[in-house]
Design a binder for this molecule. Sequence first.
Ligand SMILES: Nc1ncnc2c1ncn2[C@@H]1O[C@H](COP(=O)(O)OP(=O)(O)O)[C@@H](O)[C@H]1O
Ligand SMILES: [Mg+2]
Length: 531
Amino acid sequence: MIVDELGRLVYNTPKLYPKQLEFLKGSDKVTYNGYGGARGGGKSFCLRPKAIQLALKYPGINILFVRRTLRELEENHLPYFERELGGVCRYDSKKYLFKFPNGSRLRFGYVNTENDMETYQGQSIDAIFIDEATHFTEKMFMKFTECLRLSDTIKPALEKGLVFKPRMYLTANPGGVGHYWFKRLFIDKEYRGDEKAEDYRFVQSLVFDNEFILKNDPKYVERLQALPEKERQAMLYGDWDSFEGQFFEEFDEELHTFDPENVCIDGETGVFEIRNNWRIYRSRDYGLDMLAALWCARDENGTFWVYREYGKSNMPVSASGEKLNNLTSPEEVIYSDIAPPDMWNRNQQTGRSAADILYRECGQRLLKANNDREMGWLMVKELMRINPATGRPYLQISRNCTQLIKCLRIIQHDEKNPNDCAKIPHDITHFPDALRYLCSSYTYAPSGIVMPGEVRKRTFADYALDLGDYEDKEDVESNGYIEMGDLDDDWFSWSINWKRNWSFNSRKGRSKFTGKLIKGFKDWPKRFFRD
Ligand SMILES: Nc1ncnc2c1ncn2[C@@H]1O[C@H](COP(=O)(O)OP(=O)(O)O)[C@@H](O)[C@H]1O
Ligand SMILES: [Mg+2]
């Protein structure tokens, strides 16, 4: 940018490609402008000239340009602005702020944690550029939307007849902590509360839109083409359903979901119906923020049919229990009612736990799930494998369970631990957690075990007490146990005292229980899964 003889600012806008122009041109009338998809399409590039153009056209405008980290700002954007604006604009390097001679301000920002967003509290920003928007959490994005309003400094320009609508420019690749909200608003177009369809606009970006790359770096496209299928879809074609960092990479709707109106079970096709000899499990994740519940029936082939889901936020404990009871018909006899261990925590004031309330007020005897996350996910993934008996995965989810399906598709790896999934965004963790509690509370028995009749008449607590590792029946209850069916659906019980890391085992064909310490506890699900 230069100042000409008449003192005017002259900025030579780089030549933009048609897709970039399409994105920028339609933006003045819409609040949220999304530009997303494949990597290398020229998304970040076109934000820079737009920011400068706005600063020149609307004297006094207040512009914010953000990336998630300072390093990304320094590498991708600041050098360009320093080159273009240096000498003409005053630069405050502490505030990352360029002040234009016409009073416009262009400020750069980055956000380490959600708490950093407090610095934006109460600000009025006319235009916000969010580069790599899917690196920001929904909370961060919401905070930015709160700042998006006409600033005091732009008002004189508007009073002179210029028209400006506060707006955002967002670019994004699939994947990242913000994948979910970005996809919801710009791809799925599912609006909540005050969100209105006309405020959102999306332009799909492809690497093939970028002449610069095609000409100068054809290897880049080749490299994208060589990525594993899922990443390739995301990075090359901007597919929002598969992306880098997806936790359940194996999850495939073709394989893992079924149409409850038209499903083939044992060669018979028709409406999904639970047969008499199947066992029904109900599993929930419960917190004040969200109740997420799943109903699952397990058939004689070992297939787990997840046939119903229910999700609701802000439900008091007893209301949540009543609701689940109402949704369960009398014919659906719940074999295990599985819940996370924190439901046994006692409330400090009342001394009662959620499990206690649900037992007394709703008649629900909950089974305490194990909360070893890594092991639990491993078990979910085990059930996603193909069952040789049916040729389909053990896990089958009804297409009516839309929330569970959606969450499984988009939940990400934890950044630090590849064996765990990300705990943010928090609202998509509840259904996967309910599924995890279900899977970690149920596994196959070692094959071929037949329990003699006389043993079967005893209660589980009796077996556990025989071992001498539990103090009394209450101890058995509070430490939890798992009940499993074996291949012939002859049932037996299996105790796992999760806290003490031991379990007991039954010897094939004998009625005697042996208190057998299982070392390498974390491996046990692997060992006992039927292949
Ligand atoms: N209109 C353009 N003219 C010249 N080079 C461009 C243009 N648009 C993008 N590029 C270059 O293409 C490369 C990828 O662009 P970038 O904006 O980083 O893509 P994205 O943000 O979509 O991943 C960069 O090197 C960028 O400088
Ligand atoms: Mg970019």
